[in-house]
Design a protein around this ligand. Structure first.
Ligand code: 3HC
Ligand code: NAI
Length: 646
């Protein structure tokens, strides 16, 4: 049953029951639509309470239906019927009322809510705007100043704020349905529906400020400015026209490539933490985490782990390195407090939960140790041999290696079943991706613990098989190689970077290399040459040999003025690499993008064929959450699949 009807005296209680989130799929809308007519005609009903079963009111329209044309009755049809009722409808909200769920509540004549509920219109996250009156009814209830952040800027209201703004008419502390029935029974007149309430124009300065915020925060996304425009339209043309305009915009955005990409990622992100193979496997417990190495990665991982409430022990080789590592962790917590992401007291408490030690003995009590020492097989093997001896037998041992085969690191360890790769991305306290790399011996509860850790850290976990660079760095290598092929045929770094920025990356491949430094990959190539491998000279080698290692040396592919990170095209760099570069040529931006995204997708397909990744969506999650692939474009595999569609 999608919607149940109970009677509490003369009050009809309708409960939407469509697990897991009571999404308003066609069957739910149709049943509510019929029940609304039936109740309206029933003289024994004086009022209606609308609530949700389970842990929330309604999570929104059913996003899975957005790939097909809307089916009748649409949500606006249902809402119009409720709004036109001659008896009061009261929405009883607990958990969440999101998107179409909040729009349904806005159609009701009043709203009551349990403490701690969340009310919001997160449609812009899916590349759409509210499509069932949210842009018109919400501002008429709470004013434009409060409505704009909710509709266009992802602001969520909790019960207390919603009540203060007039969106919630009463907070019900006890049992919600009983409170809602009592509230509905006490309504002596039909409250004015939200759509009929007046709307104040906050004036031009207000709109200008909102538009400026939007263009800064939207980062090339279409929906936030469209949501703002819909709010404005409803003010300028009144509610009826506003509703029509909103619906047209919603329908048009719903069929856009951008929304398809964002919906695809929505489902991929939800599926990622729960791989089918681990169903029913209880994760091994992790309460305390040891981090070995307090450099770039170790300090970031320590902060990420501690931010999730776990206690951390950071181990370094000597007092100076430990002091530096702990100092970096403190800087991360302090910076978060400065930016308002935590309070100063929280920053202090977080740092208090990070202790330091020299050597490995201090890690012996940890449930999990994550190794982030130098990328050197011998060094890593030595520390794991010690850890295996010192740590409790059930403690999990993990490596953050970027490239080394984890099987080689674990070779000879007494219980390799507790060994796993956990590949974080820099900066580890920020980047959402966690590549999880089990070795053949890894125990299922250790693998489950890695996924559980990702959930607690707010990371997106993707399991990778073993190959050079795992999923992400292997594709990155191919991406860079293709960029270099274009460079060698005479396309300038600036053209290539501009094309990728135009596509949605924050920076192009050459700017990225300048930021990260050209010397590390140069040293890797030199090491391979020293081993006798045939690694031909690259333009990057010429730059490093000329002292141009990137931003940190004032120049790499580009020049940089002191203290300025703006890349400036460099004649000097062009001259240095000239021996390896063809005559200057240009390619249209869309062709540059097509080649680079195509190269990534080709590598992705090889990764799938080899069983390194389980699905194209997981490859796309790696690209979006670890490598800056624009979210609005879904990922290389998504791009290629769409292109292949007739
Ligand atoms: N439609 C379809 N499926 C949905 C859904 C929705 N609106 N919201 C969640 N789901 C599915 C998820 O895909 C997941 O499925 P799975 O179990 O098969 O993987 C399952 O419900 C549970 O989702 P979560 O893991 O996210 O559950 P949580 O308890 O952590 O969170 C939630 C619940 C806060 C409701 C969260 O799911 C959420 O934010 N959902 C999306 C809310 C949203 O964007 N609503 C707007 C939709 S568009 C709309 O309403 C248009 C309207 O204006 C016309
Ligand atoms: P780093 O050089 O910044 O830090 C390494 C730290 O390990 C140093 O502080 C060093 O003192 C410490 N260390 C070395 N041997 C030790 C020992 N025996 N005991 C305790 N501490 C010891 O290196 P970084 O960049 O943090 O890399 C660490 C690991 O993470 C490497 O395996 C690297 O491949 C991997 N990685 C690096 C990424 C990056 O962007 N830098 C991204 C993802 C993984």
């Amino acid at each position: 049953m999608t919607v149940t009807l109970d009677r509490h005296g003369s009050v009809a209680v309708l409960t939407i029951d469509n697990p897991p989130v009571n999404a308003l799929k066609t069957a739910v809308r149709a049943r509510l639509f019929d029940l609304a007519a039936q109740i309206e005609a029933d003289a024994s009903v004086s009022a209606i309470v609308l609530c949700g079963a389970g842990k929330l009111f309604v999570g929104g329209a059913d996003i899975a239906e957005f790939d097909r044309p809307p089916e009748d009755p649409t949500l606006p049809d249902l809402i119009a019927r409720i709004e036109a009722a001659t008896k009061p409808w009261v929405a009883a909200i607990h958990g969440s009322a999101l998107g179409g769920g909040l729009e349904l509540a806005l159609a009701c004549h009043a709203r009551v809510a349990s403490p701690g509920a969340t009310l919001g219109l997160p449609e812009v996250n899916l590349g759409i705007i509210p499509g069932a009156g949210g842009t018109q009814r919400l501002p008429r209830l709470i004013g434009l100043a409060a409505a704009i952040p909710v509709v266009a800027e992802r602001d969520m209201l909790d019960t207390t704020r919603a009540a203060a703004l007039g969106l919630v008419d009463r907070i019900i502390d006890g049992p919600l349905v009983d409170g809602a029935v009592a509230f509905a029974s006490g309504l002596s007149t039909l409250p004015t529906p939200a759509r009929s309430r007046p709307l104040q124009d906050p004036g031009p300065a207000f709109w200008e400020a909102a538009a400026a915020r939007m263009s800064k925060a939207a980062k090339g996304q279409t929906a936030p400015p469209a949501a703002l425009a819909a709010l404005r339209y409803g003010l300028d043309h009144a509610v009826e026209a506003g509703l029509r305009h909103e619906r047209e915009t919603f329908l048009s955005l719903r069929s856009s490539a951008e929304s398809a990409a964002l919906r695809y990622l929505f489902f991929a992100e939800r599926a990622a933490p729960r791989p089918a193979a681990l169903r029913g496997v209880a994760p091994r417990d992790i309460a305390s985490v040891g981090i070995l190495g307090g450099g770039t990665m170790g300090s970031g991982i320590a902060a990420a782990v501690r931010n999730a409430g776990l206690s951390v022990v950071l181990s370094e080789r000597d007092p100076a390195a430990l002091e530096k590592g702990l100092g970096t962790v403190k800087c991360i917590f302090d910076a978060a407090a400065r930016r308002g992401l935590s309070t100063e007291a929280e920053a202090t408490a977080r740092m208090a939960g990070v202790t330091g030690c020299i050597g490995l003995e201090g890690l012996s009590g940890c449930d999990l140790v994550i190794e982030a020492v130098f990328e050197d097989l011998a060094v890593k093997r030595a520390v794991f041999a010690d850890l295996a001896r010192l740590c409790r037998p059930e403690a999990i041992l993990a490596t953050n290696t970027s490239y080394i085969d984890p099987r080689a690191i674990a070779e000879g360890l007494p219980s390799p079943d507790r060994f796993i790769g956990l590949h974080f991305f820099s900066p580890a306290q920020v980047m959402k991706l966690l590549e999880i790399i089990p070795i053949p011996d890894t125990a299922p509860d250790v693998l489950a613990a890695a996924f559980d850790l990702a959930r607690r850290l707010g990371k997106v976990p993707v399991q990778s098989g073993i190959c050079e660079g795992f999923i992400g760095n292997r594709i990155l290598k191919r991406y860079r190689a293709e960029a270099e092929v274009m460079l060698r045929t005479g396309v300038s770094p600036a053209d290539i970077d501009a094309a990728m920025r135009g596509f949605g990356y924050a920076m192009g491949p050459f700017e990225m290399q300048d930021m990260a430094g050209l010397d590390i990959s140069f040293m890797n190539r030199e090491a391979a040459r020293a081993r006798g491998e045939n690694v031909p000279e690259t333009p990057g080698d010429l730059l490093v040999r000329a002292g141009r290692k990137g931003m940190k040396t004032g120049g790499g592919w580009y020049d940089y003025a002191a203290g300025d990170r703006t890349p400036r095209p460099s004649d000097e760099a062009q001259q240095i690499i000239a021996p390896l570069i063809g005559p200057r040529t240009s390619l249209p931006a869309d062709q540059i993008v097509e080649r680079l995204v195509g190269a990534m997708a080709t590598e992705g397909q090889a990764i799938l064929d080899e069983g390194i990744a389980a699905s194209p969506a997981e490859i796309d999650l790696v690209q979006v959450h670890g490598y800056g692939f624009p979210r609005t474009k879904g990922g290389p595999m998504f791009q290629i699949t769409r292109k292949a569609k007739p």
